[in-house]
Write a protein that binds this ligand. Structure first.
Ligand code: FES
Ligand code: FES
Length: 163
């Protein structure tokens, strides 16, 4: 009989974890249902909207498209892992300051995509921000404020204002 469960070892938000998961569960299922990290959202569940964006080994991925077992050995960062010592990240701060959060459903994915963008490209122009967030949809249409927030966060990071 084929195995229905598997064990994976990951570093999740800086903490080493060993998890026993159903082999058919996506990484999104495991984050939300097994680990309780419900900041990562499920919307389309087919790789179209970016609501489920997390950072895996430094790259943004849609966690709804990846089986959890494929993440074995990886380092995963979710929206819950961005704040340090109760201090929001520069991107989180800027989203609040710029009024970039409307209903909020897309925001964890947007923040993760923005964070990854600034890690790889610390001083993006507006076109680079749009490109960097192009896999993330906001049904509230808050793109202007969201892109402004990413530029503000880039300046704050350059001035030493948080990760
Ligand atoms: S829920 Fe994963 S891309 Fe939409
Ligand atoms: S803030 Fe509502 S979907 Fe983006």
């Amino acid at each position: 009989m084929p195995a229905t469960e598997a064990t994976l070892a990951v570093v999740m938000n800086g903490e080493a974890r060993e998890l026993t998961v159903a082999v058919w569960h996506t990484l999104l299922d495991v984050l939300r249902d097994d680990v309780g990290l419900t900041g990562t959202k499920e919307c389309c569940a087919e790789g179209e909207c970016g609501a489920c964006t997390v950072i895996l080994d430094g790259a943004v991925i849609n966690s709804c498209l990846m089986l959890a077992v494929e993440a074995d050995g990886s380092e995963i960062t979710t929206i819950e892992g961005l704040a340090r010592d109760d201090r929001l990240s520069a991107v989180q701060d800027a989203f609040l300051a710029e009024g970039a959060v409307q209903c909020g459903f897309c925001i964890p994915g947007m923040v993760m995509a923005a964070h990854a963008l600034l890690e790889s490209e610390p001083d993006p122009d507006i076109d680079a921000v749009r490109e960097g967030l192009s896999g993330n949809l906001c049904r509230c249409g808050g793109y202007h404020q969201i892109c402004s927030a990413v530029l503000v966060a880039a300046r704050a990071r350059a001035d030493g204002g948080g990760g």
